[in-house]
Design a binder for this molecule. Structure first.
Ligand code: AFP
Length: 331
């Protein structure tokens, strides 16, 4: 039997008891189509002058790449007409994007990082798109920032795309995490990983070692013990990977285990990664794959957001390692 499409997967999830009403199914399919368009734009590279800086800054004060702006536009234009959204939030826009009056509004809120890892785009390293779906609060016609400030546990769906050697989509609607691969000949995502499970044990960690001098004690202790290898308390050697595209690091961890850390530290006191459209969707997916996701100590999805673009420390991946790091923070 051939591989099933994203559309068939969503219908089968609904039949099996997941909460995937037609509106949500359509939303996810449209986001999938937008990711295909972003993949096509990214793959042009130098051929069509889409690399390099856009000459602008985003709300984070970060220099925008042309592809950051292009990807953001693709997601906005793909999703604004469908009638399933009340508003959208993007890493690239300070305020929520309200659905234009010419289109109907719906019950969902979409949040996204349109091009994660964009500092890698000019050197041809994998990048991606991360998205999160929340319900619009009952009775809210014109959602403002406060409508979005829901803990990650309220997400109804989350996913990310990786624009790498193959274009992948990882998705959860609350019944496990699944992986899809873009079949470019027919132009659709095909189910290639029906139920992703992260190994609870690992000997591989991912962290930006250049920040070592800024780490707080629990992280420093954990990494020192990994680096001590066989002769240390862990009694085994560890390997390290750091792609600097969260989507690529997280997909590797979903595939073979590992622990990803971007902790809050003396430099990034509130952490570097954004809670609403990076940490929360990744935490939902990782937990659905049997892993764990904390800010070092607290479960990411329990955090009550206070601002749309707030940052948070992130430790996620193989459950036993994330729990060990949480113990070090508690100790
Ligand atoms: P950019 O989108 O600005 O490249 O940031 C990517 C990211 O948010 C996340 O995807 C990486 O894990 C992390 O930042 C890389 O941070 P460093 O460049 O400090 O290693």
């Amino acid at each position: 039997m051939g591989r099933i499409s994203l559309s068939q997967y969503l219908i089968e999830q609904e039949r099996a008891g997941a909460q995937v009403p037609p509106e949500l199914g359509l939303l996810i399919e449209v986001v999938g189509r937008a990711c295909k368009a972003i993949s096509a734009a990214v793959s042009k590279g130098d051929l069509e002058g889409v690399l390099g800086g856009a000459g602008t800054q985003n709300v984070q004060g970060e220099t925008q790449k042309k592809l950051d702006v292009i990807s953001n536009e693709i997601l906005i234009q793909a999703n604004e007409w469908g009638g399933y959204l009340s508003a959208m939030v993007s890493e690239e826009m300070e305020k929520p994007y309200q659905i234009p009056n010419r289109y109907p509004k719906g019950h969902y809120l979409l949040l996204f990082d349109p091009l994660d890892g964009s500092s890698n785009i000019d050197v041809n390293v994998s990048v991606g798109t991360i998205f999160s779906v929340l319900r619009c609060p009952e009775g809210v016609g014109d959602p403002d920032e406060s409508s979005f400030l829901q803990p990650g546990a309220q997400q109804v769906a989350a996913g990310f795309a990786v624009y790498g050697p193959s274009t992948l989509l990882v998705l959860t609607v609350g019944r496990g995490a699944a992986g899809f691969t873009l079949d470019r000949e027919v132009g659709s995502f095909k189910l290639t990983r029906e139920r992703i499970v992260i190994p609870e044990e690992t000997s591989e960690f991912a962290i930006n070692m250049s920040n070592m001098r800024n780490w707080r004690a629990p992280i420093r202790r954990y990494i020192d013990e990994c680096l001590a290898g066989k002769s240390g308390v862990r009694e085994r050697d560890f390997n390290m990977r750091w792609v600097a595209s969260m989507v690529a690091d997280v997909y590797r961890i979903l595939s073979r285990g590992g622990v990803f850390m971007y902790p809050s530290d003396l430099k990034y006191k509130s952490g570097r990664l954004r809670l609403m459209y990076e940490a929360n969707p990744m935490a939902f997916i990782v937990e659905q794959a049997g892993g764990a996701a904390t800010d070092g100590a607290r479960r990411i999805m329990d955090i009550q957001p206070e601002a749309l673009h707030q940052r948070v420390g992130v430790v996620l991946g193989s459950k036993h390692e994330v729990e060990r790091i949480a113990r070090y923070h508690a100790g």
